[in-house]
Design a protein around this ligand. Sequence first.
Ligand SMILES: [Zn+2]
Length: 264
Amino acid sequence: MAPATRPCPNCAAEDPADYPDLHRDDWRMGQCRNCDLVYLLNPPGYEALVEDFAWEKTWVFEKAARLEARPLMQRADLATRWRHKIGRKPDAVRYAEWFGSGNLLNVGCAGASAQFPGFTQYGIEISAELAELANTNLAPHGGYCIHGPGAQAIREFPDAMFDGIILRSYLEHEEHPRPVLEQAARILKPGGRAYVRVPNFGSLGKRIFGRNWVGLRYPDHVQYFTLATLRDLAERTGFTVRLLNPLRLPMDDNINALFERRAT
Ligand SMILES: [Zn+2]
């Protein structure tokens, strides 16, 4: 079944430290002794993700379970999220600010139901069902979706094709984040950027709620980044990081950043 222990998905170091506080059921957490990244030692693998652990299905189940177990805490958390949504710019506006216009790749695009003016949108999606839906949505606008694991599918796009790449709530799910980012650097145009959003393992919420922190999802999330480990990964793959939520970061359950392709 699942491999015993994988090497660090950021720096490839073997022999991670055990992180027993965050083991759950059969899922085992570890921390790299070299770069400090916290990650799931025995992820379920791509095959399982295609159907068994479809992210949204698991999330709906966990959300219900959490509401039952910790009603007040969870409701407070939902209220916080709602507040953050108020006043936030629509995605179309933010993407225009960050990427200008042109070709946009959405990695983990699900059904790609949203269109963004000024962009031809492309997608990568691991769920066969959603990839088909995405193709139906993208084709009339000139784009398409590749069905497959991110680290493999992204190789099919040509060099310097994209003005922007969306990696939103994606890298924490991706068993091979490093090759995905290396490929992202390759397929971005000079000056191109990627938007990255991942759960913030360094957040106050994580420290307060511990094992019950909202960012922990077993086994869907296979990496848990702090700003430091996310920066480390960016630097190893040819990017510099521009943090989008610097003031709020300690309180924020997510890290939001633009990865800017370094000139080579
Ligand atoms: Zn490491």
